[in-house]
Design a protein around this ligand. Structure first.
Ligand code: UD1
Length: 416
């Protein structure tokens, strides 16, 4: 199993290009199932999760043509409408094929994702929404079996804000008969990016970016070209890393207007951040101030940045209180940080982080994607050598992370 070896304790300096957003690319790739014509994408990040999604679509009959950050998908000949357990279990976002398959072909068989390291993560709201649109859905042998001769527009109130749930139902509604309204819809920028891609394919969507999305169904969608938005979580991760280590870093191909909550908190920590439409520069030269926060759906502070901010708080000049409200088991990075000398207590869904002067390198284990990013930040801050095991989690969501950090002066090496 591959590991990362980091020799930390040095500031980061230089410039890094942000990749396309994983969580926008995944639903956009599955949206290719909605049309018989090709969808040509650019700014697609080079990540294991993208590879998994393309593999999933390829075994359904989608032709995929990939070179570097371009990906063209053609779903003209679909031979299988199944998302098998073997792929779904490695990536929960596979559930995103359910809405498109059902809407275009009237049937889908998608494995239930099951639990994951950060919590139970049910898909009941995806299922309820599709049922409201007239689908008949049963669960058999761990699979969701869905059928509908033709989906019908409906008014759907989602009791919890769900990102992939909103995306699945928005895609399904594009080819339904009549108008669908999604209430309490997710407002995440990735939902907006998917909506813009669907509109480029001929969908009639309004209200994306608000909590009420309206979709007027059309007969069919056509091909399109679309550039995936920049990854706001990768951006935030680099910003948090520089706030923790100190330094002066410019991020290009970024979308600063998608991460206001993160930027505000980093400014509170003492970093100076300046933005243009597509770049961000962070300068940090003092010990960070502690940042207390509570995760919540967009536009509030993202759960996908919680772990990285705990790493930052580990070396802050005081105590921070971090509350996780989205997932019930998302503090697994804490016990690893303690191995590096961090002082953290957990009380229910809250972590109390007492900043220490310095962390010291040690062996640690990555437990999920964002926890891995948190350990990389801690490793960059810690004096001495940190070895992070199980970095396959990191490769799911961070495009060329060692190369990017090396370009900023970090001493980081992959061990096979
Ligand atoms: C997406 C992101 C993930 C991010 C999360 C929250 C992708 C591919 N993944 O995950 O990186 O951490 O949003 O911002 O975009 N829930 C239900 N029933 C459902 C669906 C969700 O109860 O049918 C609950 C979940 O258990 C969780 C909350 O709703 O507590 C939010 O989850 P959701 O927004 O659905 O997360 P994902 O879309 O899976």
């Amino acid at each position: 199993m591959q590991k990362l070896n980091i020799r930390g304790g040095k500031p980061l300096n230089g410039s890094v290009r942000i990749s396309g957003a994983k969580n926008a690319a995944l639903p956009i790739i599955s949206a290719s199932l909605l049309s018989a014509e090709p969808l040509a994408l650019t700014n697609v990040p080079q990540l294991n999760d993208i590879g998994t999604m393309v593999k999933l679509l390829a075994q359904m009959g989608v032709k995929a043509d990939r070179s570097a950050e371009s990906l063209t998908l053609s779903a003209a000949n679909i031979t299988d409408k199944t998302a098998p357990y073997e792929l779904v279990k490695t990536m929960r976002a596979s559930i995103l094929v359910l809405g498109p398959l059902l809407a275009r072909f009237g049937e889908a068989k998608v494995s239930l994702p099951g639990g994951c390291a950060i919590g139970a993560r049910p898909v009941d709201l995806h299922i309820k929404g599709l049922e409201a649109m007239g689908a008949s859905i049963t669960i058999e042998a761990g699979y969701i079996l869905a059928r509908a001769a033709k989906l019908k527009g409906a008014r759907i109130l989602m009791e919890t804000v769900t990102v992939t749930g909103t995306e699945n139902l928005m895609m399904a509604a594009c080819l339904a008969d009549g108008t669908t309204t999604l209430e309490n819809a997710a407002r995440e920028p990735e939902v907006v990016d998917l909506a813009l891609c669907l509109i480029a394919m001929g969908a009639k969507i309004t209200g994306h970016g608000t909590d009420k999305i309206t979709v007027v169904g059309v007969e069919k969608l056509h091909g399109a070209r679309y550039a995936v938005m920049p990854d706001r979580i990768e951006t935030g991760t680099f910003l948090a890393a520089v706030a923790a280590t100190g330094g002066d870093v410019t991020l290009t191909n970024a979308a600063p207007d998608t991460l206001d909550a993160v930027i505000d908190r980093l400014r509170e920590s003492g970093a100076t951040i300046t933005a243009t439409a597509d770049t961000l520069r962070i300068v940090a030269n003092k010990r960070p101030k502690p940042i207390s926060l509570k995760t919540a759906p967009y536009p509030a502070f993202p759960t996908d940045m919680q772990a990285q901010f705990i790493a930052l708080n580990c070396v802050a000049s005081g105590t921070a209180v971090v509350t996780e409200t989205i997932f019930e088991n998302r503090f697994m990075h804490v016990q690893e940080l303690v191995r590096l000398g961090a002082k953290i207590e957990i009380e229910g869904n809250t972590a109390i982080v007492h900043g220490v002067e310095k962390l010291t390198g040690a062996g640690v284990m990555a437990t999920d994607l964002r926890a891995s990013a948190c350990l990389v930040i801690a490793g960059l801050v810690a004096h001495g050598e940190t070895i992070i095991d199980r970095i396959y989690h990191l490769d799911r969501g961070y495009d060329h992370i060692e190369a990017k950090l090396t370009a900023l002066g970090a001493q980081i090496e992959r061990l096979n």
